[in-house]
Design a protein around this ligand. Structure first.
Ligand code: NAP
Length: 307
C-alpha cells in the first residue's frame, strides 16, 4: 500500500514527486508511455525561470527526476490501463499489475492531436510525424510541411529549418494563436513559407508507403492542389490522457479533468496536476506549479486522515 501514486513523469508528475518524496511519503511514479512528457520531445526551453541561457527540455525533466529520486521517489515504467477509484485505497492497473494507494495524483498530460486524414495513420513513421525534434534530422536538404498556427507549429517549423531545404507552414486561418515572438522568429526565417487559409485533404503516397506530397485546399478560393514534400509534421495541439478515468473523474466535453478547486478532483484523495486539467496555460512552469499544489494537497489529506 502506497501513500501516493503519481501517474505521469512530465513537469507536473516530477514536481509532485519532488515534493511528496521530500515530505517522506515515498511516492511511486508511473512513468507513462511518453517518459518525461512533452518536454522530452522539445528542444530549447527559454522561459523556465532559473535558466538564463535556456535548457534543453529532456535535460530539464531528467534533472527533475534525479532530484525526486534523491529524496526517495521510486519510478516504474509502464502506463495506467484502468483505475478503480470507487473506494479507498484507490487501485490502478499498471500494464496488468494492480497497485494500491491512499492518494493519487493524475499528471498524465496530453498527447499529440492528429488530423484524421485517410492516409495519415498509415504513413506515421514513413514521413508523417508529430515530433519534429524526434524526426527532423531525417529530412536533410528535403522539403517538409508543418501544420498548425500555434507556438508548437512555429517552434517545429523553425527547428526543421536546421535540416530541411524548405519548410511550408500551413494554417487554416489568417490569424495566429502563436505568441508574437515565436511568430516573428518563424516569419524572419527565409526557409519558412507560409500558406494561410489552407487545409489538408490527405497525404500521399500510400502505394509507395512513403510521404511524397500533401493534398491542400485554399478555403477562400476553393483551389485544390498537391504539394511535393518528404515530411509532414502535425503541430495542431493535444488531447488530454484521461481515458482510464472516464466515468469516475469528472471530465469536460474535451476530456480534460474538471478541477474542484486547487488540485482537487471530484473524488476526495485524487488530485490533478498539469496539462491533463489545464487547457489554458499549458506551460512547463505552470505544470510544475500544479504538481507542487497536488503534492501539498495530498500531504495535507494524508495528515488529516492520520497517516
Ligand atoms: P495550440 O496553441 O492549441 O495551437 C494549435 C494550432 O493547431 C492552432 O493554430 C489551431 O488552429 C491548429 N489546429 C487545431 N486543430 C486543427 C485542425 N483539425 N486542422 C488544422 N489546424 C488545426 O497548441 P500548441 O501550439 O501545441 O501549443 C500548446 C501550448 O503550449 C500553448 O499554450 C503554447 O503557448 C505552449 N507552447 C509554448 C512554447 C514556447 O513558449 N516555447 C512552445 C510550444 C508550445 P486555430 O488557431 O485555427 O484553432
Amino acid at each position: 500500500m502506497r501513500n501516493v501514486i503519481i501517474l505521469g513523469s512530465g513537469c507536473a508528475g516530477n514536481t509532485a514527486a519532488i515534493y511528496t518524496a521530500r515530505a517522506g511519503l515515498k511516492p511511486l511514479v508511473v512513468i507513462g508511455h511518453e517518459p518525461g512528457g512533452q518536454l522530452s520531445i522539445t528542444t530549447d526551453v527559454e522561459n523556465f525561470p532559473g535558466f538564463p541561457e535556456g535548457i534543453m527540455g529532456p535535460d530539464l525533466v531528467a534533472n527533475m527526476q534525479k532530484q525526486a529520486e534523491r529524496f526517495g521517489a521510486e519510478y516504474i515504467y509502464g502506463g495506467v490501463q484502468e483505475a478503480d477509484l470507487s473506494k479507498r485505497p484507490f487501485r490502478v492497473n499498471i500494464d496488468g499489475e494492480w497497485q494500491e494507494s491512499r492518494t493519487l495524483i493524475i499528471a498524465t498530460g496530453a498527447s499529440a492531436r492528429w488530423l484524421g486524414l485517410p492516409n495519415e495513420q498509415k504513413l506515421i513513421g514513413h514521413g508523417v510525424s508529430s515530433c519534429a525534434t524526434c524526426d527532423g534530422a531525417f529530412y536533410r536538404e528535403q522539403k517538409v510541411m508543418v501544420i498548425g498556427g500555434g507556438d508548437s507549429a512555429m517552434e517545429e517549423a523553425t527547428f526543421l529549418t536546421r535540416f530541411a531545404s524548405e519548410v511550408t507552414l500551413v494554417h487554416r486561418r489568417e490569424e495566429f494563436r502563436a505568441s508574437k515572438i515565436m511568430l516573428d522568429r518563424a516569419r524572419a526565417n527565409p526557409k519558412i513559407k507560409f500558406l494561410l487559409n489552407t487545409v489538408v485533404d490527405d497525404v500521399s503516397d500510400i502505394s509507395k508507403n512513403l510521404v511524397t506530397g500533401v493534398k491542400l485546399r485554399n478555403l477562400v478560393t476553393g483551389e485544390a492542389w498537391e504539394q511535393e514534400v518528404a515530411g509532414f509534421f502535425l503541430a495542431i495541439g493535444h488531447i488530454p490522457n484521461t481515458k482510464p478515468f472516464v466515468g469516475q473523474i469528472d471530465l469536460d466535453p474535451d476530456g480534460y479533468i474538471v478541477s474542484k478547486g486547487g488540485a482537487r478532483t471530484n473524488i476526495t484523495g485524487v488530485f490533478h496536476a498539469g496539462d491533463v486539467q489545464d487547457r489554458t496555460y499549458r506551460q512547463a512552469i505552470t505544470a510544475a506549479g500544479a504538481g507542487c499544489m497536488a503534492a501539498i494537497e495530498a500531504e495535507r489529506f494524508l495528515e488529516a486522515e492520520g497517516h
